[in-house]
Design a protein around this ligand. Structure first.
Ligand code: NAD
Length: 420
């Protein structure tokens, strides 16, 4: 894990570049197109000063990176984290370009964040920081320019403050931000969409492989928005969630954890370790090596590296987090026959849900959650089928297939728009 693990993890932008280079070779992407896709279109670095409750001053760094907008307005989350530096945000912005293209959404890729530890801030401080950040970026944002969304340590409340600050300068613009509270134009179904979408993708893959998910052993690293919804959805399908973890450590129960009890503990502000359910405590490192059918890393990047990839005992790794598997680990897993469902497919439910929210805001219309879920499943199944067919006909991994499809689409948009 990038916070706790001492193993050196390759820079995330180097990882994304390597996947892109492999895919560019596979589809013989013209050199001029590859060159323009190698760097970001725009990288904004802003100072975000905050007057703390005790009167002291904190000057945080904020970022917004817009990687490529050939297929539509930039789209990507905002992360508040002590390790959210420009290099990490740059990699995540590029990932969004490939993700939106693979899912065939009319968006480009962006990412942003503030290098800060939000757990050390009061609600007033968090709101003030968010408003200052929104105003200092507002000239490069907008419903048809760049649309932020929640990511690590940001949520619907943060998006509400962000939208309010943006609207104070540009007029009421709910479509300028997604992941908002439902009463402010958020879409019912958006909050669970990433975790639920991951389970739709794994279900589609399982059907293709002739697997029945009922009774399968599932292990999840991270129990925030993504991880907790993955747990709920797998449990609803009759799978056995045998272990989950958060930043405080892991919990294990071979007969299956009581997922509702874990969700309750976290909703009360605690850790999974505080849950009133039957479990044996385990460390985050042990959790990753448990014998299971599906392992879902859903915390931060770089948790599966060359150092622990040989100890992974899962049949499938479905990437809930962004870039949780390093390229070296990816090769080791492929050689060992572990199937990896890459982040740009597996966690694409979040941005797909954001796309639904954005279109509904533009039309001032709201779908019911059932329709949201049906459309979500349909989009993700189509993306999965495209990846599976490409991988089967080219004898390659899902990751290479996903990048090849995405790169082909973005490359074609870059050319036909006359961008180069
Ligand atoms: P979150 O902040 O809600 O949850 C993060 C979880 O990870 C928390 O439970 C935290 O305790 C845990 N965690 C942090 N460090 C850990 C460690 N060292 N070991 C174990 N657990 C640890 O964030 P989220 O929205 O669930 O996002 C998780 C990942 O999914 C991120 O990589 C994010 O970029 C990615 N993602 C999120 C969305 C979305 O819609 N929320 C969409 C696509 C991708």
């Amino acid at each position: 894990m990038s916070i706790e693990n001492a193993t050196p993890v390759p820079a995330p932008d180097a990882a994304v570049r390597r996947y892109v280079a492999d895919a560019a070779r596979a589809i013989q992407l013209p050199g001029d197109v590859a060159e323009v896709l190698e760097t970001s279109y725009r990288e904004v670095n802003v100072q975000v000063p905050l007057r703390r409750d005790d009167g002291s001053l904190l000057v945080a760094q904020g970022y917004r990176v817009q990687h490529n907008g050939a297929r539509g307005p930039y789209k990507g989350g905002l992360r508040y984290h002590p390790e959210a530096d420009l290099q990490e945000i740059r990699a995540l912005a590029a990932l969004m370009t490939w993700k939106t293209a693979l899912l065939d959404l009319p968006f480009g890729g962006a990412k942003g964040g503030i290098q800060v530890d939000p757990t050390q801030l009061s609600a007033r401080e968090l709101q003030s920081l968010t408003r200052t950040f929104a105003l200092s970026l507002s000239h490069v944002l907008g419903a048809y320019r760049d649309i932020p969304a929640p990511d690590v340590n940001t949520n619907a409340q943060v998006m509400a403050w962000f939208m309010d600050a943006y609207s104070s300068r540009h007029g009421y613009t709910p479509a300028a931000v997604t992941g908002k509270p439902v009463e402010l134009g958020g879409a019912p179904g958006r909050e669970p969409a990433t975790g639920r979408g991951l389970v739709y993708v794994v279900s589609a893959a399982a059907r293709r492989w002739g697997w029945d998910l009922a009774g399968r052993r599932v292990v999840i690293e991270g129990f925030g928005n993504v991880g907790s919804w993955v747990a709920r959805e797998f449990a609803a399908l009759g799978a056995r969630v045998i272990a989950v973890s958060d930043v405080h450590g892991g919990v294990f129960n071979d007969t299956g954890l009581d997922v509702a009890g874990l969700v309750d503990a976290v909703a009360r502000g605690g850790s999974v370790r505080d849950a009133d359910v039957a479990f044996t405590p385990i460390s985050g490192e042990e959790l990753l090596t448990l014998d299971c059918d599906v392992l879902v890393p859903a915390a931060l990047g770089g948790s599966i590296t060359a150092a622990n990839a040989t100890s992974i005992n899962a049949s499938v790794v479905a990437e809930g987090a962004n870039h949780p598997v390093t390229p070296d680990a990816d090769s080791i897993l492929a050689d060992r026959g572990v199937r990896v469902i890459p982040d740009i497919l597996a966690n694409g439910g979040g941005v797909t849900g954001s796309y639904f929210e954005w279109t509904q805001n533009i039309q001032q219309f709201q779908w019911r959650e059932e329709r949201f879920n049906t459309e979500l499943r349909d989009r993700l199944e189509r993306a999965h089928t495209a990846v599976a067919e490409y991988a089967e006909s080219n004898g390659c991994t899902y990751r290479l297939a996903a990048y090849a499809i995405a790169l082909g689409r973005v490359g074609s948009a870059v050319r036909t728009r006359g961008y180069i």
